[in-house]
Design a protein around this ligand. Sequence first.
Ligand SMILES: CC(C)(COP(=O)(O)OP(=O)(O)OC[C@H]1O[C@@H](n2cnc3c(N)ncnc32)[C@H](O)[C@@H]1OP(=O)(O)O)[C@@H](O)C(=O)NCCC(=O)NCCS
Length: 182
Amino acid sequence: MGAEVLRTERLILRRPREADREPFARMNADPRVMEFFPATLSREESDALMERIEAHLEQHGFSWCAAELQDTGEFIGFIGLAVPRFEAAFTPCVEIGWRLAAEYWGLGLATEGARTVVDYAFADLGLKEIVSFTTVANARSRRVMEKLGMTYDPADDFDHPGLAEGHAQRRHVLYRLRRNCD
Ligand SMILES: CC(C)(COP(=O)(O)OP(=O)(O)OC[C@H]1O[C@@H](n2cnc3c(N)ncnc32)[C@H](O)[C@@H]1OP(=O)(O)O)[C@@H](O)C(=O)NCCC(=O)NCCS
């Protein structure tokens, strides 16, 4: 996930590269993909996010991975791990997340990639717990969390500190997954 490449049945999860910037920007400019985020991203904002992903990899040894279809070599989005920068009741923690281009939704690809990332997080990184969070209304993402076996406790609901009071997406749900061998 740093230097390593992870493989699933249909995907390759690998370090992002220069050629990903364009399809990444296209995905980040799509209102369907960004429905549950404050705004779509400009090319500059998307490139800056790509640089933060790379910097996170340098700092922590893991990050979001570019997801590529094995069959075609196409870049279809990102799946991976991140350390949230904000403070909340559940931080510090490692978060699992996903964002795919809309053409590839509904094929089980996010769940397939995330399962392999979960295995990597527990077996290779030795993490004891990973979390995932999203705004309350993001049912697709919540479904992926459920399919991964993550658990939801309404007592963990929180207001995202990066969103202003009154913002429609401020209320977030938190899902947790603990390594089950201890
Ligand atoms: C969330 C996202 C990654 C899911 O990708 P995906 O490859 O389509 O996910 P999967 O196919 O593995 O699973 C999606 C599940 O959501 C379900 N689903 C789809 N639309 C739904 C809806 N409107 N309400 C509830 N569930 C829905 C699907 O039926 C599927 O569940 P199932 O296998 O039980 O049928 C993708 O929609 C995406 O990139 N969204 C935009 C970015 C985003 O919101 N990222 C998460 C931020 S926390």
